[in-house]
Ligand binder design. Sequence first.
Ligand code: URA
Length: 435
Amino acid sequence: MRAVDIIIKKRDKEQLSKAEIQYFIDGYSQGAIPDYQAAALAMAILLNGMTAAETTHLTLAMANSGDVLDLSGVVPIAVDKHSTGGVGDKTTLVVGPIVAACGLPVGKMSGRGLGFSGGTLDKLESIPGFRANLTTEEFLRQLKEIGIVVTGQSADLAPADGKLYALRDVTGTVQSIPLIASSVMSKKIASGAQAILLDVKVGNGAFMENLDDARKLAHLMVEIGKLAGRKTVALISNMNQPLGAAVGNALELKEAIETLQGGGPADFVEHCLVVASNMLVLGGILPNEDSGRKRAEEAMHNGQGLEYFRKMVQAQGGDVQYIDNPEQLPGAHLIEQVKAPHEGFIHGIHARIVGETVVMLGGGREKKGDVIDYGVGVLVHKKIGDWVEAEENIFTIYANDKEKLRLAHRLLLNALTWANEKVDPLPALFYGKIM
Ligand code: URA
């Protein structure tokens, strides 16, 4: 077999066999197939798609590129959660510790930023010392001892996805249903949790912009999860404006800590409670969403969730004094308000433009291996449907470069659309559940 023939086959809209997919993924993860050929195949898949069978083969080949953990001997049941990516989506930082505090172990493999969408690992790494590259042994030990672990791909766990994910981030090949489904599910299968809650985002700040595509992605991932013998449920949630207020690594971490202290923006708190309650039901800890929500609310308000967050950070080498003093997390020396140019109702806050602005400020990667500036970002002070007076603050920009600050100001004004008449807030935070 030759990699180039596999690329040509997909370029010509043919279906790849299990053996061809396996050959390509093995070659790529072992370094025999170079990045440029993997980028070409990713683009061909993005343009020409894959069948459900091809996607399942790709998922399993990536999951099997490293260890596939079996957690049954470590904890009675572990739950995992994964978002398909959004803007301001710091949900894992809150629901992971809350669910663990409720007695359900959380073993999770997360990703880094991808295109305009932030990544949980980058957010956690804004805590000095935090390690996201645990070995399999460390992952298992921490899950058993503490009940919560969030790691990234390593040489041990789904390394093929780690490589491909970083490549897709910088080659315009993120927005593909088979590539997203296989990327998410290979991580979930490799990290071994028996129950998986997927949060499929839809809207202008998500990789799926319409509900039909989001449903297709959700069904495909649930199907793959079941084939792999995991209890899998997908929620479909709205991403037509940033979630919460903070977008940017350290800013989002601070907002997550605030939420674990019982504060936080209303939409984000609600989102976390729905996700956490579904995880608790899926993991069999509580019988229904109402009881799950009640228990999650308690853990959010009585400090138990925060305690689990602290334990996790400490176990993974992070300096916990930053949790007590989040103002000491990496910051920005240029802070500027973006004020409303006139009065009116906010009709839209284009989440993708906000995400791209944060990447441009240095909060994400434009090339593979780019170093992240954890301190930059944007606070979004308004929501769709809000009335705003002229000169009122709509955004706060955190920048470390004057030129980028000026550009961010312009981009953010362009992210807004206005109405003279009353605009309804977004109709729903969640559009449904697929099981
Ligand atoms: N999250 C992932 O892990 N992979 C994707 O491709 C998109 C979101």
